[in-house]
Design a protein around this ligand. Structure first.
Ligand code: BES
Ligand code: MN
Ligand code: ZN
Length: 512
């Protein structure tokens, strides 16, 4: 357990094992101490820059240097993190630098962060970065020599201001759930079947119940209940697996709710592709195909912990997409929750099938907006890369989510749903109401979005395709670890916080 405190104080005089400061560079390449680092720089005096330069430190983003202080300041060690070009320094860069710092504290038990934290927004960034950057997944490692930092102080002149204190609280509330979401996503698929995932959600809620009064209501539906409700998509995808599907429904319903939103997240605990089987190399990381479900569930718990006055109903359909004699076939026709029939042509396009039921169910209680989050298509990664999510939907809802992402620092980009694609979904099946997949190589992320749109019942809607950013195949960067990232959680919380603050009126009611 690490304790975080926000306080005012000079980093040069703070008794702690390690002090973290930020150093940027000017366009001429000169090093400059960033806000928060002034006292440390002046204690070193004229020796400060030569000390950094002699070690080859350039002030680039992602760069770190850890040195013993030899008594130059009270702390034993100094960790310098690069903040890049000073002229273009952003809050997001501070967040990422704090994440880099978290991975480079060495054996320090107490750490004082003297990164730019002059106002609430920067306090939030420093806290986010350090909290999220210090995550690692060690559950299956027999031996681990890492020791966690016991005390982290965030040094800030704004330490006594209410908004700064609230910023640290919010950062901790979000980081708590991001850790859990990352754990779920990193957990191997033999230990996270639909049943075990649903159990995990119940256990997480129970563990938190004592600590925070706000209640998230949880309902878990099994195959029999899903059959009764007519969830042909969730059941169809689950047919090939020995581990039957689930639907987890979470409800946060505060009395003073100012708006009502629904979240839906794709919870494929493993995606082999089904009979339209994936090549081996594409299958290896397919445990992360439940990253959307983990994200919306996590966000709901954080929203409740922060007691945001917005109703949230979250639907997480969970299924395992496998191959067997009982598996769904290309050619099958499924009847979805809203009564629409779907011709399946590709069992590897399974995400849209489980989402269709859950989105239609969400639409039934007429929420002000439906936001779905899914590791939906490889083609979206082809279009936008591994770090940027695709966002689809109506102008207002996508704009509100994009504004939230701007604040949280998560990267996303709007993609269109052309009328021609809608037309293809609606007319190209010879047997059913809609076609699941058309085997056209181009624009498949758009086709998937157009398919989902068939189930939103005319509600305001945004769809996030997080196939890329949900998982980091490379090494850690900023506050993002290798493997599960927790992408979209902080954006979803921010989106709801903005609704709660009335920054953004929910979209006008659209009748279906
Ligand atoms: N879970 C995959 C999407 C995916 C691919 C996520 C790579 C993360 C990394 C999804 O179910 C799928 O298989 N999609 C197909 C889409 C195609 C049928 C249009 C794909 O990516 O090939
Ligand atoms: Mn698939
Ligand atoms: Zn999938």
């Amino acid at each position: 357990m690490t304790t975080y405190t926000l306080r005012k104080g000079s980093p040069a005089k703070t008794r702690t094992d390690l002090v973290v400061i930020g150093v940027a560079k000017t366009s001429k390449g000169d090093l400059v101490a960033c806000p928060g680092a002034e006292d440390v720089a002046s204690e070193y005096g004229r020796k400060f820059k030569p000390m950094l330069s002699s070690m080859g430190f350039k002030g680039d983003t992602g760069e770190v240097l850890r040195v013993p202080t030899g008594g130059a300041i009270k702390a034993g060690q100094l960790l310098v993190v690069g903040l890049g070009q000073r002229e273009s320094l952003t809050v997001e860069r501070v967040r990422r630098a704090a994440g880099v710092a978290a991975r480079n504290v060495g054996n320090a038990a107490s750490v004082a962060l003297a990164l730019p934290a002059q106002d609430a927004e920067h306090v939030r960034a420093v806290a986010d970065g350090f909290l999220l950057g210090s995550y690692s997944f060690k559950r299956y490692k027999s031996r681990s020599d890492e020791t966690a930092v016991a005390d982290v102080s965030i040094l800030s002149d704004a330490a006594r201001r209410q908004d700064a204190i609230a910023a640290l609280d919010a950062a901790q509330a979000v980081a708590d759930v991001v850790r859990q979401a990352r754990d779920w996503v990193n957990t191997p698929p033999n230990d996270l079947t639909p049943e075990l995932f649903a159990d995990g959600v119940l256990a997480f809620a129970k563990k938190r119940a004592g600590r925070s009064k706000p209640k998230v209501e949880i309902e878990v539906l099994g195959p029999d209940e899903l059959a009764e409700l007519g969830c042909g998509g969730i059941l169809g995808v689950g047919l090939g697996s020995a581990n039957p599907p689930r639907l987890v429904k979470l409800t946060w319903a505060p009395e003073d709710a100012r708006a009502k939103v629904a979240f839906v997240g794709k919870g494929i605990t493993y995606d082999s592709g089904g009979l339209t089987i994936k090549p081996g190399s594409s299958m290896a990381t397919m445990k992360y195909d439940m990253g959307g479900a983990a994200a919306v569930i996590a966000a709901t718990f954080a929203i409740a912990a922060l007691e945001l006055p917005v109703s949230v109903t979250t639907y997480a359909p969970m299924a395992e997409n496998m191959v067997s004699g009982s598996a769904m076939r290309p050619g099958d026709v499924l009847t979805m929750f809203n009564g629409k029939t779907v011709e399946v042509t590709n069992t590897d396009a399974e995400g849209r099938l489980i989402l269709a039921d859950a989105i239609a169910m969400a639409a039934e209680d007429s929420p002000d907006a439906i936001i779905d989050v899914a590791t939906l298509t490889g083609p979206c990664i082809v279009a936008l890369g591994e770090k940027v999510a695709g966002i689809f939907g109506d102008d207002e809802t996508t704009a509100a989510v994009a504004a939230a992402a701007e604040t949280s620092g998560e990267m996303l980009w709007r993609l269109p749903i052309p009328d021609e694609t809608r037309e293809a979904v609606r007319t190209e099946s010879k047997v059913a109401d809609v076609l699941q997949h058309n085997w056209v190589r181009w624009g498949s992320a758009l086709f998937a979005a157009a398919f989902l749109e068939e189930f939103i019942g005319g509600r305001p809607w945004a769809h996030l395709d997080i196939a890329g950013p949900a998982w980091n195949t490379g090494g850690p960067w900023g506050h993002v670890p290798s493997g599960a990232t927790g992408y979209s959680i902080s954006t979803l919380v921010e989106y709801v916080a903005a609704l709660a603050a009335g920054d953004d009126e929910p979209a006008e009611d659209v009748e279906s």
